[in-house]
Write a protein that binds this ligand. Structure first.
Ligand SMILES: [Mn+2]
Length: 278
């Protein structure tokens, strides 16, 4: 058994107040939750605007005041590949994604799961930012794919619209990420008894919070993709635990686990950790 301390969706943006709050949280809460675990997992959205200095600042606080020398496994969230005004001129979010992961791997004690799987005590960890391909669009709304590609409804918009620039469609990005994740699963499949899938986005429709209200459900589309769920089910003889983030706010229950066809799925979209055993 591997004991995991899982957290995410910190959305750190570097103000003095935010820094002091995270320092307090790390010292008073994260430290005690993660005290006797084998490994720490962060499910993405470390930052609110993708600034690598903020990644470094937040992770330094979490490590030095909270979890200490335990291995910290990380996948990025959609916010972590947001482009700053300056970056918009010379890179896309695919380059940013690679920069994020390589930056994580350059830090001592941190592992970027998108670069390579991690194995501890016969348990393998694979990870991806995950993405969306509109498969979670609310079926009842009667909208078309073009309505969802717009990523805005009335005056409300999904911020990825402005801050994520990809060289291809969201559907293609999803396919590429699913293929990468499957490659990593195959790499470790015969070496481990169990595999933990770590994603930022949500892999199963059953986990998505719908309310029958278009103002909310329209944006549920961007929670994730069925394709990751299908991949997880394909390897269900080894993958029996999924850790994800991304879905939080508006009374959504974070820090809880649900059983989807025998696969334990935990929402770690909170800076307050949840303890999960494999
Ligand atoms: Mn997110």
């Amino acid at each position: 058994m591997v004991k995991i301390c899982c957290l995410g969706d910190i959305h750190y943006w570097g103000s003095t107040r935010v820094r002091l709050d995270l320092e307090k949280l790390a010292e008073n809460i994260i430290k005690s939750y993660c005290e006797d675990v084998d490994v720490v997992v962060i499910v993405g959205d470390i930052t609110s605007s993708g600034i690598l200095d903020h990644v470094l600042e937040a992770l330094t606080i979490i490590k030095s005041r909270g979890v200490g020398c335990k291995p910290i496994l990380i996948v990025p969230g959609n916010h972590d590949i947001y482009l700053t005004m300056e970056e918009m001129k010379n890179m896309d979010s695919l380059v940013k994604l690679r920069k994020f992961n390589d930056f994580i791997d350059s830090l001592t004690g941190f592992v970027a799961l998108m670069n390579k799987p991690y194995i501890i005590d016969g348990v393998g960890f694979v990870g991806s930012i995950g993405w969306y391909d509109y498969s979670f669009a609310p079926s009842w709304a009667g909208l078309t794919i073009h309505d969802y590609k717009r990523k805005s409804l009335g005056i409300h918009m999904w911020a990825d619209k402005y801050y994520v620039k990809l060289p291809f469609s969201d559907e293609e990005f999803t396919n590429i990420l699913v293929d990468q994740l499957e490659k990593h699963i195959k790499q470790i499949y015969n070496k481990v008894d169990k595999i933990v899938a770590v994603l930022h986005h949500v892999p199963f429709r059953e986990l998505v919070e719908y309310r029958g209200d278009l103002q909310w459900d329209y944006f549920s589309t961007y929670m994730g993709s069925e394709k990751f769920g299908q991949l997880i089910k394909k390897y269900r003889d080894k993958i029996n635990l999924v850790l994800h983030g991304h879905q939080h706010g508006g009374n959504v229950k974070t820090r809880t686990c649900r059983n989807i066809e025998g696969i334990k799925c935990c929402n770690c979209a909170s800076p307050i950790p949840i303890i999960v055993n494999t």
